[in-house]
Design a protein around this ligand. Structure first.
Ligand SMILES: Cc1cc2nc3c(=O)[nH]c(=O)nc-3n(C[C@H](O)[C@H](O)[C@H](O)COP(=O)(O)OP(=O)(O)OC[C@H]3O[C@@H](n4cnc5c(N)ncnc54)[C@H](O)[C@@H]3O)c2cc1C
Length: 418
């Protein structure tokens, strides 16, 4: 592949530094893989804003769906584990875990385990002729690296159904856009969707003085009580539905204990696990904050959405025939991977990336069809399973990806790749 032919090639500037591995992203996955790469003693650079997504794209006051112990960030010796964080603070871990506590823990982890994060964003990643990468940063510095680990998270993948595209921007938004929901106090808001983000935003909106109507295609699904850390009521329950980080049940335990198992199964089974077994659901502790507090329209689709009253309100016609007038619509429609839309990837890399349903096709070492380029986190969930949508998957991904990237960098150094 030639960099000179690349349309995204911004300028022929000389690289100032060379690294064995560059990590894009400083969220839970980027930080964990960086900590493991440092543990291997290689020359690594990490770019991104530490825990930025959690601080800017999730609502203040949110409680985590995952148990506190399943929100651990991994380093080689476990020196900066969440257990150690709580010991150091001298407090009992709360369940559910408030987002503010998780952010404080994750920033403590970053400062200690990956202190050298560069907050500059990566603008362009290109392949070079010697099987490594040329990386241009937002401030136009140019560096090179033998391998690249992509941990871009969810933000690039916000899913906004085309159906709502005609509505003025002032009337429609996505849950991903909010850290602060107080601006909706006194307004009537329609929430589209029944997953954790949609339901938790609805509860917070209601508690902050908004009137909320949740519109959901099917019946709301709640995770059972054991899913949120309530002690088991009986030994039988513990045997029938053991506790795992993502929820109760043997299937979750298996996914957690054998984190690479799903990768080796057929696509249809992976799709079933991702779609049916891990479809949208709300934590049990949300039930009393939703039921009787916000209006819920189940088994309902929006079939028509029109701006009314000089674009100050929206009239929604539902598949049930009901008509609602609200002042704003929030889409709790989640995220869909579309790896070829990542703006920093050069056209050459996009052309060479094999994908399935928008996700990169990955080897069992998280390596894409572009040698030396690895994808972890949400981008890897289609191939590896729902574990990798959550923080809990970052330990397995970090360990394996770091080992593979180190091997790849060594092979580039030895000339075996050219
Ligand atoms: C509302 C909501 C609630 C959630 N609750 C939970 C929960 O309770 N438990 C749980 O385990 N998971 C939860 N998740 C999922 C969780 O957010 C993800 O699993 C996790 O954040 C993924 O980590 P990441 O490192 O892959 O990406 P992110 O945390 O999204 O981080 C992405 C990183 O990439 C960086 N970046 C982006 N572009 C560039 C660039 N061009 N150059 C350099 N850096 C770049 C950003 O600055 C950031 O540091 C929730 C998600 C949502 C949306």
């Amino acid at each position: 592949m030639s960099t000179a032919l690349d349309k995204n090639n911004v300028q022929e500037q000389k690289p100032t530094r060379h690294y064995d591995v560059v990590v894009l992203g400083a969220g839970p996955y980027g930080l964990a893989v960086s900590a493991h790469l440092h543990g291997h003693g290689v020359n690594v650079a990490t770019f991104g804003k530490p825990i930025h997504f959690w601080q800017n794209h999730m609502p203040a006051g949110m409680l985590l769906r995952s148990y506190w112990w399943a929100s651990n960030l991994s380093d080689p010796e476990g020196t900066y584990s969440i257990t150690r964080y709580f010991q150091m603070k001298g407090v009992e871990p709360p369940d559910p875990l408030p987002i503010e506590t998780f952010i404080d823990y994750a920033l403590w982890f970053q400062k200690n385990a990956v202190p050298n994060v560069d907050e500059t964003y990566i603008k362009v990643i290109e392949r070079t002729d010697d099987s490594s990468y040329r990386i241009t940063l937002e401030d136009d510095r140019v560096i090179t690296s033998a391998a690249v680990v992509m941990a871009p998270g969810l933000n690039y993948y916000q899913y906004t159904p085309e159906f709502y595209a005609h509505l003025p921007q002032s009337l429609i938004s996505h849950t991903n856009e909010y850290n602060d929901l107080t601006g909706f106090a006194g307004k009537h808001v329609a929430m589209i969707g029944g997953g954790q983000a949609a339901l938790e935003c609805s509860a917070l909106l209601n508690e902050q003085g908004a009137q909320v109507t949740v519109i959901v295609r099917r019946q709301l699904k709640w995770l059972s009580k054991a899913d949120v850390g309530t002690p088991f009521t009986s030994a039988i329950h513990a045997i029938r539905a053991p506790q795992a980080g993502m929820g109760e049940g043997w299937s979750n335990v298996i996914l957690e204990k054998l984190p690479y198992l799903l990768h080796s199964t057929v696509k249809s089974w992976k799709n079933y696990v991702l779609g049916k077994m891990h479809g949208p659901a709300g934590s049990a502790w949300l039930v009393p904050r939703i039921i009787g507090k916000v209006q819920v329209k189940e088994h309902a689709n929006v079939v028509k959405a029109e701006a009314i009253n000089d674009d100050t309100a929206v009239r929604l016609t539902l598949s049930t025939g009901e008509v609602l007038e609200v002042e704003h619509v929030i889409l709790g429609t989640g995220f869909r991977p579309e790896v070829k839309s990542l703006p920093m990837l050069s056209q050459d890399i996009k052309d060479a990336l094999r994908t399935y349903r928008g996700s990169p096709v990955l080897s069992s070492w998280f390596e894409s069809s572009v040698p030396g380029m690895y994808f972890i986190g949400f981008s890897a969930a289609r191939g590896f399973g729902p574990l990798y949508r959550f923080v809990i998957g970052s330990a397995a991904a970090a360990r394996r990806t770091a080992a593979a990237a180190v091997r790849y960098a060594a092979s580039v150094k030895s000339g075996a790749r050219s």
